[in-house]
Design a protein around this ligand. Structure first.
Ligand code: A3P
Length: 346
């Protein structure tokens, strides 16, 4: 039976989401045994699939990517945020959610509803990963109340899957994609601090040297970093109306213009009146590190990871405090070589 048939027949059974997922991924167990594998980030076994390293534990696993390639069904109005972990995903999820849904959570006089999802929950809940959507037996319905600033009501999702392995239907339908990348040195350091927030009974903590070693080898989820960025960069040059390429550094430096750029790309530009009334500033404040940190100071994201783990320093160049000269040189040399044809500066 093809995987797509399998998922269809599964949905008619009264199983829990966990059972549904286990059955779905079981179809790909044999494929896993054919892939190159090595110990990587946090001592986990990583599998190489279509040029990238993956975990095998769900939901962000190689099996899940294979299953989605076979049967993930996008809606043509969907919007996807694509990133490597630790590139600022959480921040840009918040900005995109607040921008696209600004009419829904506003009193009309530019006052946010106190129940605005970003004032009460983690941006990861507002913009779920497609992996989380995929394991739902019933897909999230496209909002019934049409968003006045868009012709069609969009669903917002995110994923770390590399361009090569993205479910083809996402590329072939009208979906819009936003890619965010960040200086690899800051990504690596952010990974180091984040990794050590996992409960120690789940994953063994890493030293910064160990983190550096796996990062350089590309053995972090969805690594190597450089190939991931390069693929999306090239794709955005080829399909500029479909893929918007952003960097964390420019987002930090010129948040106002970048948010306006995102809104325009997503088909819901800010009107002169909104701009004049401080509508963009309001979104930037709502999604600031300070605000999101405060809202997410308690509680858990899942798997024992505190919500607070997603909000640390949020600096450009914070790596200077953590990396040795040797580490800096190695990372810079790889970046210079891999990005020599790309117009990206951090
Ligand atoms: P640091 O660890 O360097 O502080 P991701 O969301 O992809 O996991 O990335 C996490 C990084 O984004 C962390 O970087 C985190 O502090 C930063 N970040 C989270 N929210 C942010 C915000 N509102 N503004 C700027 N940076 C933010």
């Amino acid at each position: 039976m093809a995987a797509s048939d399998a998922s269809l027949s599964l949905s008619s059974k009264p199983t829990s989401e966990e059972e549904h997922l286990a059955l779905l991924l079981d179809k790909y167990k044999n494929k896993l045994t054919t892939l190159p594998k090595q110990k990587g980030w946090m001592g986990e076994t990583f599998y190489m699939y279509q040029g990238f390293w993956y975990r095998s534990s769900s939901p962000f696993s190689v099996q899940m990517t294979m299953a989605m390639q076979d049967s993930f069904k996008p809606h043509p109005t969907d919007i996807y945020l694509l990133t490597l972990p630790k590139s600022g995903t959480t921040w840009v999820k918040a900005l995109m959610f607040a921008t696209v849904n600004r009419a829904t959570y506003n009193h009309g006089n530019n006052t946010l509803l106190l129940t605005h999802p970003l004032l009460v929950s983690n941006p990861h809940k507002c913009v779920p990963y497609i992996e989380q959507e995929f394991i739902k037996k019933t897909p999230t319905h496209v909002q019934e109340k049409p968003n006045p600033c868009l012709h069609a009501p969009p669903r917002l999702f995110s994923t770390h899957i590399p361009y090569t392995s993205l479910p083809r239907l996402i590329l072939d339908s009208g979906c819009r994609l936003v890619y965010l990348c960040r200086n690899p040195k800051d990504v690596m350091v952010s990974w180091y601090y984040f990794s050590n927030k996992f409960p120690h009974e789940i994953l063994t903590p890493m030293t910064i040297n160990e983190m550096f070693e796996v990062f350089v080898k590309g053995m972090v989820p969805y690594g190597p970093y450089w190939d991931h960025v390069k693929e999306y960069y090239n794709a955005s040059c080829e399909h500029p109306t479909k893929i918007l390429f952003l960097t964390y550094e420019v987002m930090k430096k010129d948040t106002m213009n970048q948010v306006k750029r995102i809104a325009e790309f997503l088909g819901c530009p800010f009107s002169k009146e909104e701009e004049g009334n401080g509508g963009v500033d309001q979104i930037i404040r709502l999604c600031s590190l300070e605000s999101l940190k405060e809202v997410n100071k308690d509680g858990e994201y899942g798997d024992g990871i505190p919500n607070a783990a997603f909000f640390r320093e949020g600096k450009v160049g914070g790596w200077r405090n953590d990396l040795t000269d040797e580490m800096i040189k190695i990372l810079d040399d790889i970046t210079d070589e891999k990005f020599q044809d790309l117009d990206i500066s951090f």
